[in-house]
Design a protein around this ligand. Structure first.
Ligand code: SIN
Length: 290
């Protein structure tokens, strides 16, 4: 290949890498450049890859420990750390998660050790009459935090919030109908809420990042409920202001990586069968947010 090339999207986040092949083992200097690009741009796409699930898992493992998604029915049958994100069915059943990314969120923030990195590989991208559908939208959480008024930053200092998979589940079931409504007892099979700082410090860059999201953050703790609700609604809308957002337009063969401390994301559901969207995803465990 002609050598690796990294090009910024021109916005606060987002970059494109060309000229590498990650289906084979990546040497250390190349890997270090990819890591540095992630710290700098937070969302990075490597174009033109064709990875089998085991190759996607092997590349992902360079970044740390893979996580097995709690929704096990969407995990790949042979390589469980790879999850299907797709609207297609097999034998009449959904092949993988059909409603991942409906709300703005940071991956696995409902766990004590959330994902530091997500890697999503596109196998089929919905397209009609030359128009590509199913973009993924990202919002930069360092820029979002830095642009908050000083009084709000002071109010957020030291606050923690509950991030809840169980709370998300039935909301998604009622809002979109792609999953079954579960009873309180059934929800207990899923993780308990995780308590994390509302503002966390990025473990590599040291930048402060807003760490609440409409998908999973249920409640700011230690303050009255109405104040928690008002503050969360304000932060949710501030976090995704257009100036912080990069929208990724997919091509088949993209390997899109994002830093879950530095960004939150949301998928676009602007397509439906017969258009097909088929992706495979790995997430890598991070440290406890500080
Ligand atoms: C996700 O939220 O991880 C999925 C994003 C997407 O399908 O665009």
């Amino acid at each position: 290949m002609g050598g690796m090339h990294i090009r910024s999207s021109g916005g606060a986040i987002g970059a494109k890498i060309t000229g590498i092949d990650i289906s084979v083992p990546v040497d250390t200097p190349t890997f270090k450049q990819v890591e540095a690009a992630l710290d700098r741009y937070a969302v990075v796409v490597i174009r033109d890859q064709k990875l089998k699930p085991a190759q996607l898992a092997a590349f992902s493992r360079l970044f740390g420990t893979p996580q097995i998604n709690v929704r096990t029915e969407g995990n790949h049958e042979d390589v469980p750390e790879v999850g299907w994100i797709t609207n297609v069915t097999r034998d009449g059943k959904p092949l993988g998660s059909q409603d991942a990314g409906r709300y703005w969120h940071s991956d696995l923030c409902y766990l004590a050790m959330p994902s530091k990195l997500t890697i999503l590989h596109s196998l089929e991208v919905p397209q009609r009459d030359g128009v590509v559908y199913g973009d993924t939208n990202f919002a930069g959480m360092a820029a979002a935090y830095e642009s908050l008024p000083e009084a709000v930053k002071r109010r957020l200092q030291g606050l923690e919030a509950a991030n809840s998979y169980r709370y998300m589940w039935n909301r998604k079931a009622y809002d979109f109908g792609a999953r079954k409504v579960l009873s309180e007892e059934e929800l207990e099979q899923y993780p308990e809420d995780a308590v994390h700082p509302v503002v966390r410090t990025h473990p590599s860059t040291g930048r402060k990042c807003l760490y609440v999201c409409e998908g999973y953050t249920r409640r700011i703790l230690g303050i009255p409920e109405p104040e928690s609700e008002a503050l969360l609604q304000r932060l949710f809308s501030h976090a995704v202001r257009p100036e912080f957002v990069y929208s990724h337009k997919w091509r088949v063969g993209d390997v899109l990586m994002w830093d879950n401390c530095a960004v939150q994301h949301k998928a676009s559901f602007d397509y439906a069968p017969p258009l097909r969207r088929v992706m495979q995803r790995c997430t890598i465990e991070g440290s406890a947010p500080q």
